[in-house]
Design a protein around this ligand. Structure first.
Ligand code: SAM
Ligand code: SF4
Length: 338
């Protein structure tokens, strides 16, 4: 006789601070075709294949979360589009019951090939990272990336009619702080959204000292306000982002400011690394090993759901980036899932 464990599980995920978790960021690979200075070291060692969740395991994790009320999944990495056969996973996720939004964050280098199949598979929105419009500088920041590929990728995405396309730019002193306006003009002229992201101290950056390059979004916003009228937007994203509408334009400008501002009280998300580690907070190490639930304990979706519900009590109240009294995460962003 089997015991029905589902009845004791809640329909939604609530943590011990009363926050509802309805959004996951699912990392589908730790690998990437770029080596951005703020995200990776130059010589990276990636996970052996045996430690990485299979596409089927990633699907089961996504299914378990949606059965617990998660209605928004962002696929990330590493670079999600370098994962072998990733489209087969995305097509299945696009048909998952209960999922309201399927999102993807990409470096854009392969969007010429993938924009159409992604749209067809039901991806609603895409974020494309671009930190410079100058080819040489773009290569300095990404170490190996090519700007022309990304620009072509952006055009390919625009041609598909996604609900929204947002550009992501990490602004860093002595790298690209003089491009805030150029990047914004580029986005506005194409009716794209753009978000500025503060560099987070996730692992050690090998080419620079993060504390000397981190650039506050208050400063970025002041630069923009000299040229544009920014109107605080009603768009609520429940996270560290705040959006502004540019007067008379269709684009929104977002400021993702986990370093200078703390919006943890609104946090609605958790992350799953490609090793199957459920991270309860970007800036803390609290985690639960979902791969062990799947492989060592031989569990399926129900066992995953129980582990996920139990994990909610571990979600910390907040992070403490650049605070010397608190331990900083050692994970690099490609492992964390941006
Ligand atoms: N490869 C994809 C991309 O670059 O968009 C997806 C993964 S990447 C880790 C997701 C986002 O995290 C990117 O927009 C990237 O700029 C950002 N990111 C990476 N490392 C970061 C850091 N240390 N601080 C802030 N943002 C970071
Ligand atoms: Fe790759 Fe994205 Fe990290 Fe750049 S930010 S190295 S593109 S995973």
């Amino acid at each position: 006789m089997t015991t029905d464990t589902t009845q004791s599980l809640p329909a939604t995920l609530i943590d011990s601070f009363g926050r509802r978790v309805d959004y996951i960021r699912l990392s589908v690979t730790d690998r990437c075709d770029f080596r951005c200075v703020y995200c990776m070291t130059e010589e990276m060692e990636f996970l052996p294949r045996s430690e990485v969740l299979s596409l089927e395991e990633l699907y089961l994790v996504a299914q378990a979360f949606t059965e617990l009320g998660v209605n928004k999944i962002r696929l990330t990495g590493g670079e999600p589009l370098v994962r072998n056969n990733v489209m087969s996973l995305i097509e299945r996720l696009g048909r998952l019951d209960g999922l309201r939004e399927l999102l993807l964050t990409t470096n854009g280098a392969q969007l010429e090939k993938y924009a159409a199949p992604l749209h067809k598979a039901g991806v609603n929105r895409i974020n494309i990272s671009i930190d410079s419009l100058n080819a040489e500088r773009f290569q300095r920041i990404s170490r190996v990336g090519r700007l022309d590929r990304v620009l072509a990728g952006i055009e390919a995405a625009r041609a598909q009619g996604f609900d929204r396309i947002r550009l992501n730019a990490v602004i860093m002193k002595s790298y690209n702080e003089d491009e805030v306006l150029a990047l914004t003009d580029y986005a506005l002229s194409r009716e794209l959204d753009i978000a500025f992201i503060e560099e987070m101290p996730l692992g050690n950056a090998s080419d620079h000292d993060r504390e000397s390059t981190v650039c506050s979004n208050d400063w970025v916003r002041e630069q923009l306000e000299q040229h544009y009228e920014l109107i605080a937007s009603a768009a609520k994203t429940a996270g560290p982002s705040r959006y502004y509408q540019v007067a008379g334009r269709g684009s929104r400008i977002g400021f993702i400011s986990p370093v200078s501002h703390n919006f943890c009280a609104d946090c609605n998300r958790v992350r799953v690394t490609v090793e199957g580690r459920l991270l309860l907070c970007l800036g803390n190490e609290h985690s639960v090993d979902l791969r062990a639930v799947l492989r060592e304990q031989g569990g399926g979706v129900e066992a995953l759901k129980q582990a996920i519900v139990a994990a909610m009590s571990l979600k910390p109240e907040r992070h403490y980036f650049y605070d010397k009294d608190h331990v900083q995460p050692v994970r690099l962003m490609n492992m964390t899932g941006g």
